[in-house]
Design a protein around this ligand. Structure first.
Ligand code: ADP
Ligand code: MG
Ligand code: MG
Length: 251
């Protein structure tokens, strides 16, 4: 059965409706790309799945592993295996990245009823994963995302994903602000996390990212809905013909 099922989701901020009945079904092992123009509601969808406050769900349902996700607090969603890599990762001055990773990881393990990592085990894991992502040890001593370049922030998000081992990874415009080398490293990190029981939702405005993270399914969002779904060839078709046809269809 589906890992994530979004059914006819309607979401408002204040008195403005942003998602107007969005439906999406993601099975374990699949990579789904969500493409769409700026303002189509891609980040809103990712925020609502992760449980970011400030959104009113006025209709529809989200099931994760068959359970009502909207009933769960954000930390419970994370413990159950939902991970969102934000389009704009937050900076946390005064909290070293290493300390943040350890605290967050142990909190999740505790919520899952798993034992905390010992200090040597934790350090070993972080160092291995960081090395695979070209993240220097020095970066892990700095405040979370403080003074990180765009590429470093995204690699830090992939590092978190690799440590937390979520069952659903949502990547919101991971490619924004990345040069081609940084994009390649981050994408390789994501691809290394593809497994038969983990799913990924890759949100992007551009087709380029999907040359690196090749999706099984592509969905086009326009004006708060999925207006077309297809295979990976749909991304190429969009690159060639643009979003305008779908915006007219959605209006
Ligand atoms: P995308 O990620 O596809 O660019 P967003 O989800 O960020 O789109 O935004 C979708 C629409 O919702 C946009 O018109 C945006 O202005 C609006 N929107 C998003 N967040 C808020 C908010 N907190 N308050 C008011 N409007 C918002
Ligand atoms: Mg945007
Ligand atoms: Mg966005």
């Amino acid at each position: 059965s589906a890992l994530l099922e979004v059914k006819n989701l309607q979401v408002s901020v204040g008195d403005r409706e942003i998602l107007h009945g969005l439906t999406l079904s993601v099975n374990p092992g699949e990579v789904h790309a969500i493409m769409g123009p700026n303002g189509s509601g891609k980040s809103t969808l990712s925020h609502v799945i992760a449980g970011k406050p400030g959104y009113d769900v006025t209709g529809g349902q989200i099931l994760f592993k068959g359970e009502d996700l909207l009933e769960m607090a954000p930390d419970v969603r994370a413990a159950k295996g939902v991970f969102l890599a934000f389009q704009y990762p937050v900076e946390i001055p005064g909290v070293a990245t290493m300390t943040f990773l350890r605290t967050a990881l142990n909190a999740q393990r505790k919520a899952r009823g798993e034992a905390e990592f010992s200090t040597p085990d934790f350090l070993k894991r972080v160092r291995e994963v960081a090395a695979s992502l070209n993240i220097p040890q020095e970066m892990l001593k700095r405040g979370v995302n403080v003074g990180f370049s765009g590429g470093e922030k995204k690699r830090n998000e992939v590092l978190q994903m690799a440590l937390f081992q979520p069952s659903l990874c949502i990547l919101d415009e991971m490619d924004s602000g990345l040069d081609i080398d940084a994009l390649r490293v981050a994408s390789e990190g994501v691809n290394a996390l593809r497994t038969p029981d983990r799913a990924m939702v890759v949100i992007t405005h551009y087709q380029r990212l999907l040359d690196y993270i090749v999706p099984d399914h592509v969905h086009v969002m326009s004006k708060g809905k999925v207006v077309k779904s297809g295979g990976k060839e749909l991304a190429l078709e969009l690159e060639a013909n643009g979003y305008a046809q779908y915006q007219e269809a959605a209006a």
